[in-house]
Design a protein. Structure first.
Length: 114
């Protein structure tokens, strides 16, 4: 089972950028499709972006063209570059396998202010 530690969140103004990182351990990472997910206050957790073991990518419509997911198999890490941030991007962001397993990390808070 993957153990996941997310970092890189913070407070940013609309239009700004943040880069999130996730380090995975506990099992072989190189052949696992990975994803980023987020949960805003009062809402269900939702899919944000995914990257396959061979780096094909997929994005939610709401972040397409603004967010970039990448992976570094040697470091067992996945990143999410978030640009042109909007108020509605405010959420706790999580990484997990894609589809997600039952073991979630603590997430990292992203707050976008006007």
């Amino acid at each position: 089972q993957l153990l996941l530690v997310e970092s890189g969140g913070g407070l940013v103004q609309t239009g700004g950028s943040l880069r999130l990182s996730c380090v995975a351990s506990g099992r072989t990472f190189v052949n696992v499709d990975m994803g980023w997910f987020r949960q805003a206050p009062g809402k269900e957790r939702e899919f944000v972006a995914a990257i396959t073991w061979n780096s094909d990518t997929q994005y939610a419509d709401s972040v397409k063209g603004r967010f970039i997911i990448a992976r570094d198999n040697a470091k067992q890490s996945v990143s999410l570059q978030m640009n042109s941030l909007r108020l509605e991007d405010t959420a706790v962001y999580y990484c997990n396998s894609h589809p997600p397993g039952s073991n979630w990390g603590q997430g990292t808070q992203v707050t976008v202010s006007s």
